[in-house]
Ligand binder design. Structure first.
Ligand code: S3P
Length: 198
């Protein structure tokens, strides 16, 4: 797909609103997959509201993700994360939104089941682990589960089979954020394919 930087493809005026009357897209994938950046780009293109699950967690807790990990450990963080996800799903309705999940959320069976039951599109943003590690290194963001490269690779291998269960997968390697956002929108039928040369 070739998309000129800065070009704005025409958004389908009759944006598909299915998934049982709920319009939402959930973006999943490992740390560094671009869930937040792609979600924001998609939100700008479609005019849909964007939500980052980690932001909901920090806003509710009044603490950063690192503080939560320090105080209640990963198990404590996972329960807060599941509760936040349940809240998001319970709020889904006709007003469309794009939700970016933290890297571990979809790897928790109960969260994956919740989203599958909700019948919303789930898109796995994929990339080779070397690239994910490089992207994370370039970001000024504290990630409690990004320690050393070996542990990062191990965690990626453990989680990848879970991510692969998502109905949609997009390879993001070597692509810019805007192109990935357009690819998501095209794949899900939110932008008419006829408007694009591939
Ligand atoms: C986590 C990823 C983070 C955040 C938390 C745990 C993980 O989100 O939810 O640090 O378990 O992979 P990002 O994937 O947005 O970095």
């Amino acid at each position: 797909m070739r998309i000129r930087p800065g070009s704005r493809p025409e958004v389908n005026s009759s944006v598909r609103r299915d998934a049982g009357g709920k319009s939402a897209v959930f973006l999943i994938g490992f740390m560094g997959a671009g869930k937040t950046s792609v979600g924001q780009a998609l939100s700008r293109r479609l005019g849909w509201r964007f939500e980052d699950l980690d932001e909901r967690i920090t806003a509710r807790a009044g603490r950063t993700i690192e503080q939560i990990f320090r105080e209640v450990g990963e198990p404590g963080f996972r329960s807060i994360e599941s509760a936040a996800l349940q809240e998001v799903v319970s709020e889904l309705g006709p007003s469309p939104r794009i939700v970016a999940l933290g890297g571990g959320a979809y790897a928790q069976a109960e969260n994956a089941r919740l989203l599958e039951r909700a019948g919303v599109p789930i898109v796995f943003l994929d990339a080779p682990v070397e690239e994910l590690w490089r992207r994370c290194a370039q970001q000024d963001l504290e990630r409690p589960l990004r320690r050393d490269e070996q542990q990062f690779r191990r965690l990626y291998q453990e989680r990848r089979p879970h991510y692969r269960k998502a109905p949609w997968r997009i390879e993001t390697s070597g692509k810019d954020i805007e192109s990935i956002a357009v690819e998501v929108a095209l794949k899900l039928g939110f932008i008419p394919r006829a408007n694009h040369k591939e």
